[in-house]
Design a protein around this ligand. Structure first.
Ligand code: EPU
Length: 370
């Protein structure tokens, strides 16, 4: 079958920001053969390529993209060999895959529930949420190397994963991901260490799973809190949520914190949380005692939303058709009619304020397409 290359296709409809001008050429590919054909077309015409997945982490310029946009529509997912390995084509919807793994009692992806986008985009960005980065469970990434025009497979280490970063982002444009496999744990115990999840489960009895009772020792000071609350028998009733419970919790937490994609244009967090040295963090803590951070190897990953909200006072700020979301200051939102330049200008104002108050240069998490 011949492939169709359509000219001047408006891209706003393909992005969750719902912003952006047209693509010079646009095509959809549903298998690796078509992908090769599309890349050859672009090479022949000396056009740059942009791979479109769910369009959930991109901001397309108002002038559009003067190359070939390839929409990845490769489908298919399932077990690959042993019971805990799941493989998926890159064009699958990310959350469909998460749902599938939870339904098959495979632990590892449940904290990444309800993230918009495709499976192929997950390794590029090393998507992460609620204490889990996808790099912790990726086994293999299959991709077309557009330089050598051959398919290659990368093991986890070779993907050079970092916080919201990978080989596929560093060598921008070289590799086009076609499939990803994940190594999960059959019936594993979910990770509920992230604050939002701890608070969620502390406040309610998890449905579906029975409370476990545990005898505690009063020699450990950490247990004194429980002891004070349960002097009678010194037995703690602990709810251990199942992976399905965790998925439900994440869906609920995200719905309360992040904008409804149906009403707002958005790409989720617009900025990365900056990673700084411990000295720099201590210095900032001196100035802003309530600022919190996560350990990140030797360094600290700062919750920069706190600065945008409490120091820059920009949370909830609207500027024309765009604004800083009023429930999460890292998230920028756009009303219908918004243009890319409005987002860029708002983002620049935030970056300027953060730089002035902290000395930190914020990096965008969202990919700029022009
Ligand atoms: N905070 C504020 N004000 C805000 C929001 C957050 O002060 O408006 C502070 C609070 O102290 C809060 C802390 O920042 O406890 C962390 O907030 P949150 O849990 O919302 O996480 P985040 O660091 O702001 C990251 C990811 C999100 C992901 C959440 C949850 C990045 C850039 N963003 O945000 O990912 O959902 O953690 O795990 O790492 C995305 O990448 O698009 C995205 C939404």
């Amino acid at each position: 079958m011949f492939m169709k290359f359509i000219e001047n296709v408006p891209l706003a409809q393909y992005t969750t920001f719902k912003i952006g001008g047209p693509a010079r050429f646009f095509c959809s590919v549903s298998d690796e053969k078509q992908l090769v054909e599309a890349v050859k077309f672009a090479k022949k015409k000396k056009l740059p390529i942009f791979i479109l997945g769910g369009g959930s982490n991109v901001l397309v310029s108002d002038n559009g993209f003067s190359g070939l946009v390839i929409r990845n529509e490769m489908r298919g997912m399932g077990g690959a060999g042993s019971g805990n390995i799941i493989a998926s084509a890159a064009g699958e919807n990310w959350d469909d895959l998460v749902k599938y793994t939870v339904e098959h009692n495979l632990c590892g992806l449940e904290n990444l529930s309800a993230i918009p986008g495709t499976v192929g985009a997950a390794p590029v960005q090393n998507i992460g949420a609620y204490g889990v980065d996808v790099s912790s469970v990726i086994k293999l990434v299959r991709a077309l190397d557009t330089k050598e025009m051959k398919f290659v497979e990368f093991g986890n280490k070779e993907c050079q994963f970092e916080y919201r970063d990978s080989l596929f982002k560093k060598e921008k444009g070289r590799y086009i991901i076609t499939a990803v496999s994940f190594e999960l744990t059959v019936g594993g115990k979910p990770n509920i260490s992230y604050r939002d999840l701890r608070e969620y489960f502390a406040g309610r009895q998890s449905h579906g799973s029975e409370p476990k009772t545990e005898k505690i020792s009063l020699f450990n000071p950490l247990n004194w809190f429980h002891a004070r609350n349960d002097k009678a028998d010194l037995v703690v009733r602990k709810y251990e949520p199942s992976i399905a419970d965790v998925r439900d919790a994440i869906i609920e937490i995200r719905a309360n914190k992040l904008p409804d994609w149906k009403h707002w244009g958005t790409a989720g967090s617009y900025f990365k949380n900056p990673v700084v040295s411990r000295e720099k963090y201590i210095d900032l803590k001196g100035k802003y005692p309530e600022l919190s951070a996560f350990e990140y190897g030797e360094k600290m990953k700062i919750h920069i939303a706190w600065i945008i909200e409490n120091v820059c006072k920009m949370k909830g700020l609207m500027a024309g058709n765009v604004g800083v979301y009023d429930k999460q200051a890292l998230v920028l939102v756009a009303k219908p009619g918004a243009v890319a330049s409005e987002i860029v200008s708002l983002a620049n104002n935030i970056m300027k304020c953060v730089k002035e108050k902290t000395g930190i240069e914020l990096e965008s998490e969202v990919q700029w397409v022009n």
